[in-house]
Ligand binder design. Structure first.
Ligand code: NDP
Ligand SMILES: O=C1OC[C@@H](O)[C@@H](O)[C@@H]1O
Length: 334
């Protein structure tokens, strides 16, 4: 029986998610419906992607009894509101990153999922990639000795994109792309809360972060360094440095296809898309979709690859970074 998806939002990432699902067996995944604030946009999206149903409201999607899970592909600023709508309606939810605007909103989502006994996952798609699975395997067997330092960079010039620079649209480097660097560090250090966080950043006139650097300390003298920017182009790679060698995830580290272990390079190619896509390596969204399917088939309420407790920690780390660099959203006082 195929997992039946409902898409919330008919925008860019929903397009890519739909195309990525077409690279999976149709007997495993079907997109049953797309919902948009605009019925016309939903209908155009449905026609383009061969989706049988289109709704002009999220509420109709929340009431649809024939879907197994909702994919939330709207702006960060909407994740909390629409996430609660679907969770309270008893729907399983895969919500795009960042989960929400701050840790209080994330905790509300997690509480609603538990209260309604439904599956919830933050769509940190990176963790479902074969490269990240191999990194976790190598770390488990201490392939590079004791890990002492982790570095993760992500620079993506996107000052031309409204949602990247406007505070009311949840703009800034941290929530959009810094989240990938920080999740990687937490993955390497197995979800351990950092002992200290030191951040420094520069802000746009809109009050959101343009570029940020962060140093994090962990137990046993382990440290991590992250740099992310929505103006500068960075190598976008991540390096794990141990006492016996190194593991390098080549850029784009958030959707990687190349891993270098002690100078030995291995490729993990992605399938080609059947329609144009908006973002890099987006057919890799298939991996998180399959992870969700497997979780649902097992009756799990969260994914072991991105546990809800780790999504809360990730957002708490981002809250602290925002506090240090001086970015405040309206959602922080609601
Ligand atoms: N995993 C990944 O690789 C990626 C993840 N993302 C994440 O996906 C989310 C959406 O990003 P993206 O697809 O680029 O965004 P879009 O600009 O394409 O907008 C997505 C949807 O959000 C809703 N929306 C857009 N603008 C507004 C607004 N001003 N007020 C209210 N709703 C609005 C619309 O939904 P509707 O159709 O209902 O009107 C729109 O279709 C973000 O949270 C981003 O972090 C984005 C890119 C890549
Ligand atoms: O998650 C994402 O991938 C990298 C960038 O395109 C960013 O804007 C997007 O949200």
């Amino acid at each position: 029986m195929a997992t039946r998806w409902g898409l919330c939002g008919a925008g860019k990432i929903s397009n890519d998610f739909s195309v990525a699902l077409k690279t999976l067996p149709p007997g495993d995944h079907q997109i049953a419906v797309v919902a948009s604030r605009s019925l016309e946009r939903a209908q155009e999206f449905a026609k383009r992607h061969g989706i049988p149903k289109a709704y002009g409201s999220y509420e109709e999607l929340a009431s649809d009894p024939d879907i197994d899970i909702v994919y939330v592909g709207v702006l960060h600023t909407q994740h909390w509101k629409v996430g609660l709508l679907f969770l309270k309606a008893g729907k399983n939810v895969l919500c795009e990153k960042p989960f929400a605007m701050n840790s209080r909103q994330v905790q509300d989502l997690v509480a609603a999922a538990k209260r309604n006994d439904v599956f919830l996952m933050e769509a940190i798609w990176s963790r479902c990639f074969p490269v990240h699975a191999e990194v976790r395997r190598l770390l488990a067997e201490e392939a590079v000795g004791e890990v002492k330092l982790v570095k993760a960079y992500f620079g993506s010039p996107q000052l031309h994109i409204p949602r990247s620079v406007a505070k009311e649209l949840g703009g800034g480097a941290l929530l959009d792309i810094g989240v990938y660097c920080l999740q990687f560090v937490l993955m390497v250090f197995r979800g351990e809360r950092p002992l200290s966080i030191q951040a420094s950043g520069v802000l746009l006139d809109s009050g959101v972060d343009e570029s940020v650097v962060v140093a994090l300390k962990f137990s046993r003298n382990r440290i991590a360094f992250c740099a992310f920017s929505i103006s500068a182009r960075l190598p976008n790679d991540a390096v794990i440095c141990g006492t016996k060698g190194s593991i390098k995830v080549l850029g784009p580290m958030h959707c990687p296809t190349t891993l270098v272990v002690n100078d030995k390079e291995t490729e993990y190619p992605l399938p080609e898309p059947s329609l144009p896509m908006n973002f890099t390596n987006s057919t890799g969204l298939r991996y998180e979709a399959e992870e969700v399917r497997q979780c649902l088939l097992k009756g799990l309420k969260e994914s072991p690859l991105m546990p809800l407790a780790e999504s809360v920690l990730l957002t708490e780390v981002m809250d602290e970074i925002r506090k240090q660099v001086g970015v405040v959203f309206s959602q922080d006082s609601q």
